[in-house]
Write a protein that binds this ligand. Structure first.
Ligand SMILES: [Fe+2]
Ligand SMILES: [Fe+2]
Length: 401
């Protein structure tokens, strides 16, 4: 299996992983041979690469942090929580935060969620997600292999998975990881109190003018704490996920230390709680790695760059440093092009990561500069003096503001 740029795909190549639309329906099934119409359509939909099933790369194991079943079930549980909440929230869209607060505190409102089992179903999915993430010996792949348009529920789940991976690197225990995961799954749930499409991007700092957008953090906090009664930590993740290290975030302009803090220092007044710092990193990462209305997603090495650039002022520097140890600029299975050294302009694929040198993986050359197939050649970049470039997304030049 290899993730190949649409520019390099030849007609007749066979789809490896099927593509689905936002409703989970198949756009293109695994095993379908690509025609020029399909390729054109994929481009229109914002795809820049597609997984190809290919004999020369069949031995390459592409790992996802979650199994397809868990992914679907967890997405469904998140969706159910959002929809149940949304029905209740509809009446509250035009009222003030104070009125929302009063309603959320009412017993009748809380009853809706305890009666229909939404919370239990969500919690059991949280347990499964955390266990699956923990069962992986190596943390690679991540959401950076995404080639699909990301919608709210997928976004929530991907943020939860990435945050759990980071939490694991920081040595959080299972209970903390579960609070982190559920808080991340619901970090944007305050958006259900807003009219229409929420303009919610982690790139927006305190300058974000639309006040209802800024309120989604407060409303999410109240909803998780009082409506869903999931406890203070998940609620604070929603509350603080748009705060920034330098104090320019919202809604309270809290600050961070750019360090990994432990013990009592984790809960100081005026400071962002570390769990929310992890959530902010996962949220920003997913924002860069996903298709959004205004642009297609960035390629993995560009995602890594953007996350790195955002440290210090926006994201916690030391936590990002941990994250970068598992965030592959060239994930397994993705296409690469040799840009310097022998084999210049050959194309190939990442076969395996070297965990001591994430940017020097083992690659397999598959095509010469003329675009013809060659007998595969495996090279360990730790021992080779050649430079490579990863997949390039069409709109790579567009900045994440
Ligand atoms: Fe948000
Ligand atoms: Fe988000």
């Amino acid at each position: 299996m290899l993730l190949m740029s649409l520019d390099d795909i030849r007609l007749g190549m066979v789809v490896g992983f099927g593509l689905r639309n936002k409703d989970g329906q198949t756009l293109l099934g695994a095993g379908v041979a690509l025609t020029s119409e399909y390729i054109e359509r994929l481009r229109e939909l914002g795809y820049y690469a597609v997984w190809i099933d290919d004999e020369d790369t069949r031995d390459i194991v592409v790992e996802d942090a979650l199994s397809e079943t868990t992914r679907q079930r967890a997405t469904a549980a998140i969706q159910e929580t959002f929809s149940t909440g949304s029905r209740e929230a509809q009446k509250l869209r035009s009222v003030s935060v104070e009125q929302v607060r009063a309603t959320l505190e009412s017993r009748r409102f809380q009853q809706v969620f305890s009666d229909n089992g939404t919370i239990e179903r969500l919690s059991s999915q949280v347990d499964l997600v955390v266990e699956e993430v923990l069962s992986h010996a190596v943390l690679t792949g991540l959401g950076s292999l995404k080639t699909h348009t990301s919608y709210t529920y997928h976004h929530c789940l991907d943020v939860a998975v990435t945050a759990t991976m980071i939490g694991r690197l920081l040595g959080y225990d299972r209970e903390t990881l579960k609070k982190l995961a559920v808080g991340c799954m619901l970090h944007d749930i305050g958006c259900i109190f807003m009219e229409g499409e929420a303009l919610d991007t982690p790139g927006l700092g305190a300058a974000a003018e639309a006040s209802r957008v800024r309120e989604h953090a407060v409303l999410g906090y109240l909803f998780i704490r009082d409506g869903l009664r999931l406890g203070p930590l998940p609620a604070h993740i929603a509350y603080q996920h748009h705060e920034r290290q330098d104090g320019t975030g919202y809604p309270r302009a809290l600050t961070g230390t750019n360090r990994v803090v432990q013990g009592a220092e984790m809960h100081l007044p005026g400071r962002i709680t570390p769990l929310a710092e992890v959530a902010a990193i996962a949220d920003f990462h997913d924002f860069c790695a996903s298709n959004r209305a205004e642009r297609v997603c960035l390629a993995p090495d560009q995602v890594r760059e953007r996350v790195t650039e955002a440290t210090g002022q926006h994201l916690n520097r030391d936590i990002v440093a941990e994250f970068l140890t598992v965030l592959a600029p060239y994930p397994v299975g993705t296409q690469i092009t040799v840009t310097q050294g022998r084999f210049k302009n050959h194309i190939g694929v990442v076969v395996r990561l070297n965990h001591d040198a994430m940017d020097r993986p083992v690659i397999r050359l598959l095509g010469n500069p003329a675009g013809d197939r060659i007998p595969p050649i495996d090279l360990d970049l730790r021992k080779e003096d050649l430079a490579i470039q990863g997949l390039v997304s069409a709109d790579a030049a567009l900045a994440v503001s």
